[in-house]
Design a protein around this ligand. Structure first.
Ligand code: EPU
Length: 433
């Protein structure tokens, strides 16, 4: 099995440049299907999730090419309606955006129920509610979602989301762009990648207003044209390096970021005693001699992001005192706790609450990456621990972190990668060396 082998006890120092935002890219790539023309997209992260989506678009007839490592051209002018490849779609969560983009472009969609990280039940009822409100008939049978716009085109509608959902908000935005008339999404999510998707769509000729607030208004247009767009930096990738710097007691300048997007993470790191200084497009983090305990609760943006919860879980194992983490988004996002226990952590979990006894010395162990962010957390734990930590199931990590090991090793980590399967998970169909 593919593994990371981490020699612990290292301190991270230096500068790391952040890649484009995964959760923006995985919506923007499917949204390119709406565009008749060439979309040049800059700051695309080279990760397996974006590779999978690009492969799916290519299967639908899009022309996809990399101009350099992070700039891509997608031309969906000649894309045609057909079943999207099942095995690829079920690998990733973001395949749900093909419901919106195929419906918007072709008036029909057949997709799999989405895959992705398993944090308990992750329904898509709000996506379906939105598509139905826009006039689509939706049936879920045999693991597939079948969607058909009743008269071939969607019609704008007012949709109130019963739950603040990033995916449903973006999917309805994608579907609403080419719908006839006005779509209003109420109780919309406000994450930075929602604003990014709106900016991408608007740069291609859409009329989306209010993204970043809880009410988004979309005036449908007849066509979208090509253009150039630059994806925002990845808030969670940046946050992961910030925590890694604090946990290892190092000093890292995290560059190519939007510090405003990092506010919740920076605030909690400061509360834990780290030195955090913001610059225009960078943040410097210095780990303290002693980390302080904190409590945190994950919430929709601008609250503290659930995708940073496992990394902070590791940090709190090192703090002086007892910390409490409350998971406000998912039912089951503490699976990594069992792995941390193998390394000597003392954590009690009751439902959505974890109580972490700090001040424990972590020791190297054989552990799993239970999911993407849990995997990143285990890498941080491995760098802090004494001895050697082996992490398997690293394909989860490579779904979302571009050149993770290379970037960490450049900061002073000692991590080896063993691809026993013989595959280089980082080199996908659209990768360039
Ligand atoms: N939910 C429903 N019904 C729906 C949709 C969501 O009940 O129709 C619930 C979910 O079960 C969850 C909550 O609403 O309890 C929020 O889910 P949301 O829809 O916001 O999450 P998502 O779209 O499935 C995206 C990211 C996740 C990130 C969450 C929250 C993508 C592809 N995934 O998931 O990213 O955790 O938003 O910010 O954009 C990650 O990057 O590691 C990751 C898991």
């Amino acid at each position: 099995m593919d593994r990371y082998i981490i020699h612990g006890g290292t301190t991270l120092n230096g500068e790391v440049e952040i890649s484009g935002a995964k959760n923006a890219a995985v919506a923007i790539i499917p949204a390119a299907l709406l565009v008749q023309g060439v979309c040049r997209i800059e700051n695309i992260p080279q990760i397996s999730d974006t590779d999978t989506l690009l492969t799916i678009l290519a299967e639908l007839g899009a022309r996809v090419s990399y101009l350099n490592k992070s700039t891509i051209e997608i031309d969906c002018t000649n894309a045609r309606y057909q079943d999207a490849p099942y095995d690829l779609m079920r690998k990733i969560r973001a395949s749900y955006y093909l419901i919106g983009s195929m419906l918007g472009r072709f008036g029909s969609a057949k997709t799999t129920m989405p895959g992705g990280c398993n944090f308990g039940v992750r329904p898509i009822d709000q996506h379906i509610k939105g598509m139905r409100a826009l006039g689509a008939e939706i049936n879920v049978r045999g693991g597939y979602v079948y969607a058909d716009a009743k008269d071939g085109r969607l019609h704008g509608a007012r949709i109130y989301l019963d739950k603040v959902s990033v995916g449903a908000t973006m999917n309805i935005m994608i579907a609403g762009v080419l719908a006839e008339g006005r779509t209003v999404i109420e109780n919309a999510a406000r994450e930075p990648h929602i604003v990014d998707l709106a900016n991408f769509l608007n740069s291609m000729g859409a009329d989306v207003r209010g993204a970043g607030t809880d009410t988004i208004k979309i005036n449908g247009v007849d066509t979208l044209h090509g253009g150039t767009y630059t994806i925002i930096p990845d808030q969670i990738e940046a946050g992961t390096y910030m925590v890694a710097a604090a946990a290892t007691g190092g000093e890292v300048l995290v560059t190519n970021i939007i510090p405003k997007h990092m506010e919740g993470i920076s605030a909690k790191l400061r509360e834990a005693g780290a030195f955090v200084e913001e610059y225009e497009e960078a943040i410097l983090v210095k780990g303290p001699a002693v980390l302080r305990r904190i409590n945190l609760k994950t919430m929709p943006y601008p609250g503290f992001p659930t995708d940073m919860q496992p990394q902070f879980g590791v940090l709190m194992c090192l703090a002086d005192g007892t910390s409490v983490i409350t998971e406000g988004i998912y039912d089951n996002r503490f699976k990594y706790v069992n792995e941390l226990r193998k390394m000597g952590a003392e954590i009690q979990v009751d439902g959505r609450v974890a109580v972490i006894e700090g001040g424990r010395r972590l020791t190297g162990a054989m552990v799993h990456a239970c999911d993407l962010r849990a995997g990143a957390a285990m890498v941080i734990a491995g760098m802090v621990a004494s001895g050697v930590t082996e992490i398997d199931d690293i394909h989860y990590i490579e779904r979302g972190y571009e050149r993770f090991v290379e970037k960490l090793n450049a900061l002073g980590a000692e991590i080896e990668v063993r691809y026993d399967s013989g595959e280089d998970a980082k080199t996908g169909l659209y990768s360039v060396s």
